[in-house]
Write a protein that binds this ligand. Structure first.
Ligand code: ADP
Ligand code: MG
Length: 386
């Protein structure tokens, strides 16, 4: 991660005339495999990106939380840490982003935090499916916990950050994003069981295996498209209820489950979730065996399942992946809930340039906004940088 010098610290000093007490940084994440398994109590396998959100922070004794974001014009939004109205010109529409850090402060307030001034800076694209919201929450949570000496472990902080997103930002997210941001370690992916909350580090160093993972921002923002995610969640819950299981993770006999469902749409949803959970286990097996290059076929199978069975892919993702595979990439898939966001591609490192070029050309031919590429090396989880 780009640790120092920090634009957030400089902006903090400019705003308050004094240096911050510290700077904390939390990464975005890319989910290697395990899509739409989270809300079915299943397995996911994210790793931390080299990009993230930095928060320069200092305590204040008036009990007020004051937040600024360099990406949102640097205007201050204030609120009592204990609850009550949030004030800024244009709230809530223009400054809805402040619900994330202020929500975290409010969720942590009961543990003994108080007021703080926070200046946020980020090199993570927003709404690209790389989890900028959780990076913002987790950088804030770690900053406040450190500043106030709150002895919560990282798994607990992740749960609280998730609660802030539910209760204050109104987004019913699963547990993956906050767990990834706080628990991931460099050179590893994190296998997370979304039912038990238990996690394990799985070695994943693409560069050591002569591989590159590219995150391709398809330039279709998932924030601009509504409804589809809620519909899929509902379909999965309905299928689980019809099958008499707590969650689709519990389906052990796939052919029997498919025979039991009359609705072809629900059958397709179940087919995806059950096979995707197995693909996560297979991916963990390959990584533990030191065979990361073999992940390609699993990634592409995941994409086809998301496209054809779960029906959440989008044309820009299909085109990016198709072009990458034709250029010799080992495999890849759409990441995130769908209908927009990013595509992950696994390629031999020495083909990465050719793959990028092919994807760029495919977009160019169709007259689409050029895609953006991030080289996604498995990086450190949230930490204090200054
Ligand atoms: P994702 O988490 O995939 O990037 P979300 O829609 O969950 O997409 O979260 C994006 C939201 O997080 C933004 O709309 C904004 O409210 C907030 N956010 C992310 N980064 C920043 C930032 N640097 N400054 C202020 N708010 C941010
Ligand atoms: Mg998010």
């Amino acid at each position: 991660m780009r640790d120092a010098p920090s634009a957030a610290a400089d902006a903090f000093t400019a705003a308050y005339g004094t240096a911050p007490e510290g700077v904390w940084r939390a990464p975005g994440r890319l989910n290697l495999i395990g899509e739409h398994t989270d809300h079915n109590d299943g397995l996911v396998l994210p790793f931390a990106l080299p990009l993230g959100v930095s928060v320069a922070a200092a305590r204040r004794d008036d009990g007020v939380i004051e937040v600024r974001s360099l990406q949102m014009g640097g205007k201050a939004v204030t609120a009592p840490a204990s609850g009550g109205p949030i004030t800024a010109e244009g709230w809530p529409a223009a400054d809805a982003w402040a619900a994330y850090p202020i929500g975290v402060a409010r969720v942590l307030y009961g543990s003994g935090t108080g007021g703080a001034s926070l200046v946020i800076d980020s090199d993570l694209p927003r709404g690209a499916g790389l989890s900028s919201s959780a990076a913002l929450e987790c950088a804030t949570a770690l900053a406040l916990a450190d500043l106030y000496g709150i002895g919560l472990d990282r798994a607990e902080l992740a749960r609280l950050a998730r609660r802030a997103e539910h209760e204050h930002a109104g987004v019913p997210c699963g547990p993956m994003d906050q767990a990834a941001s706080l628990l991931c370690t460099a050179g590893h992916a994190l296998m997370l069981d979304c039912r038990s909350g238990l996690s394990a580090q799985v070695p994943f160093s693409p560069a050591d295996a002569g591989l590159t993972v590219l995150a391709i921002d398809t330039r279709v923002s998932h924030a601009l498209t509504g409804g589809g995610y809620a519909a899929r969640r509902h379909e999965c819950a309905e299928a689980a209820s019809l099958l008499g299981v707590e969650a689709l993770r519990d389906v052990k006999d796939l052919p029997a489950a498919l025979r039991a469902l009359r609705d072809p749409v629900l059958r397709r949803r179940v087919q995806h979730v059950v096979t995707e959970n197995h693909r996560v286990e297979a991916a963990v097996g390959l990584l533990r065996a030191g065979a990361a290059a073999e992940l390609g076929a699993l990634l592409s199978a995941s994409h086809m399942s998301l496209r054809d069975q779960f029906e959440v892919s989008w044309p820009e993702a299909d085109a990016a992946l198709d072009a990458a595979l034709r250029a010799g990439a080992r495999g890849g898939r759409m990441v995130g809930a769908g209908f927009g966001g990013s595509v992950l591609v696994l390629t031999a490192a020495d083909r990465a340039g050719t793959v990028r070029e092919a994807v760029r050309n495919a977009y160019d031919l169709r007259g689409w906004t050029p895609p953006a590429f991030i080289e996604a090396a498995p990086s450190a989880g949230a930490h204090r940088v200054a």
